[in-house]
Structure formats: structure tokens, C-alpha cells
Design a protein around this ligand. Structure first.
Ligand SMILES: [Zn+2]
Ligand SMILES: [Zn+2]
Ligand SMILES: [Zn+2]
Length: 153
């Protein structure tokens, strides 16, 4: 069997929902994918409320965020900041990445570089789509071109 050489943990077994050999979430008895499909947190299996558009509950999301930002947090703590402050700084660093490059405003969609608040932003956004997706211009270059054009306007 193919599954024999897959690394197994204590919880690895066949998911009763999809039949794959997976680590099951204890609380739901399903694998992580199936757990989130039935509206439960993919890590701890707690029932999520319907308005939450996530596959993880709040506390697991927080854990994940802390893990993802551990390097940044550690860097600030090494500079002598408290954990609380380090987390604040890490948050700010993250925010900066999703500030609109045209107006500096907040960009909701983290995959975007521009918001839709002003015409300038919308134009920039459309130009990026055009250059990057249609023309195949590398993203960095496309953004630089757009920003230079914006400065002249
Ligand atoms: Zn499953
Ligand atoms: Zn959870
Ligand atoms: Zn903007």
C-alpha cells in the first residue's frame, strides 16, 4: 500500500468523511479539510459561527499568526521590547504590506497593491492588472512603472 511509507502520528487514520489517510481533528473526528467543510476549526475542531469566513477559530488564528510572525516578534524582543509591544510592531509591519501604494490607504484584499478609494488608485489597479496579467510584465517592474506614472500626474 502507498500509505505505509507516509509518516504517521498517533492521530493518523482514515478520515470517515473523505476516506483519506490523514491526521484527524480530535473534536470532529474528521481530517482538517473535512472539519473546515462542516464549519469547524481545522486545527482544534471547535464549531465556528456562520458569519466567520475562516477555516480556523479565533484562538487558532491567533496562534497561527504568532507562529507566522515569530521571527519578527523575536527580533523586536531581542531589541528589548516587551512581548505586547513586539506584537504591536509586528502587526504594523504586516499592515504596511497592505497599504495602497497610490494613496497609502488600507487595502482590504491582501493580494492587491492598490485600494479602490480614489480614481488614481483604481487606475493604478487596472494598469497593474493590464501590465502584469495581460502583458506579462514582471510584477516589480509593472508596479514601478505605474508609480512613476502616478508621480507625473
Ligand atoms: Zn476528510
Ligand atoms: Zn481552533
Ligand atoms: Zn488607494
Amino acid at each position: 500500500m502507498v500509505i505505509t511509507h507516509r509518516e504517521k502520528t498517533e492521530n493518523t487514520t482514515i478520515c470517515p468523511s473523505c476516506g483519506r489517510w490523514e491526521d484527524l481533528v480530535e473534536r470532529t473526528g474528521f481530517c482538517t479539510t473535512c472539519s473546515s467543510q462542516v464549519g469547524c476549526c481545522a486545527i482544534c475542531g471547535v464549531k465556528l459561527n456562520d458569519t466567520e469566513n475562516h477555516s480556523l477559530c479565533k484562538s487558532c488564528r491567533r496562534e497561527e499568526w504568532l507562529r507566522a510572525n515569530a521571527d519578527v516578534i523575536e527580533r523586536y524582543m531581542a531589541d528589548g521590547h516587551s512581548l505586547r509591544l513586539a506584537i504591536d510592531y509586528a502587526r504594523k509591519e504586516n499592515d504596511e504590506k497592505i497599504n495602497c501604494l497610490a494613496c497609502g490607504g488600507f487595502v482590504k484584499d491582501t493580494r492587491s497593491y492598490f485600494c479602490t478609494k480614489t480614481r488614481r488608485c483604481k487606475t493604478a489597479r487596472n494598469r497593474l492588472k493590464y501590465l502584469y496579467y495581460k502583458k506579462g510584465v514582471p510584477k516589480e517592474l509593472a508596479i514601478r512603472t505605474i508609480l512613476t506614472a502616478l508621480e507625473k500626474e
